[in-house]
Design a binder for this molecule. Structure first.
Ligand SMILES: [Zn+2]
Ligand SMILES: [Zn+2]
Ligand SMILES: [Zn+2]
Length: 144
């Protein structure tokens, strides 16, 4: 089953209608790069309005089909992901994004809840660095 079919199935299971323009957005997401901006989606789904793209992206986030990645330059990218709660490792040199899910912030959350009396609803964590390939490239380019 393709990514698009899987997402359509998930939408329909939750009672959402998959209209022609929603399907175009899904097909654009499936053909986009590993992570992409709303503008990329607009280019890949010509004929679908900006508002529809934004609404569809929001819906897909709510359904845990798409996640957001905060790039180091402050731009917000999106990524197809159905893996549930996770975080990103972002390479500052080549922009590669990898997922990791073993985040352990429960003790911090407990502590915050006690100190601030907040009801904690979520957290966001991105880790920035330089991936292994970029580090190797740098070693090749810089003579010892
Ligand atoms: Zn993600
Ligand atoms: Zn890299
Ligand atoms: Zn987490």
């Amino acid at each position: 089953m393709s990514d698009v079919d899987l997402i359509v199935q998930r939408l329909e299971l939750r009672g959402h209608r998959v209209t022609g323009s929603r399907r175009s957005v899904l097909e654009a997401l499936a053909s986009a790069a590993a992570h992409f901006t709303v503008d990329d989606v607009l280019h890949l789904a010509p004929g679908v309005g900006r508002a529809t793209v934004f609404r569809t992206m929001k819906l897909l986030q709510d359904l845990n089909v798409v996640c957001r990645v905060l790039m180091e330059d402050g731009s917000l990218h999106y990524r197809l992901s159905m893996r549930g709660h996770h975080h990103h490792l972002v390479c500052r040199s080549c922009g590669r994004v990898e997922d990791f899910s073993n985040c352990d912030v429960s003790s911090l959350v407990d502590q915050l809840r006690q100190v601030t009396e907040y009801e904690i609803e979520g957290h966001w964590l991105e880790v920035y660095g330089k991936c292994a390939s970029c580090r190797i490239l740098e070693q090749v380019e810089v003579p010892a």
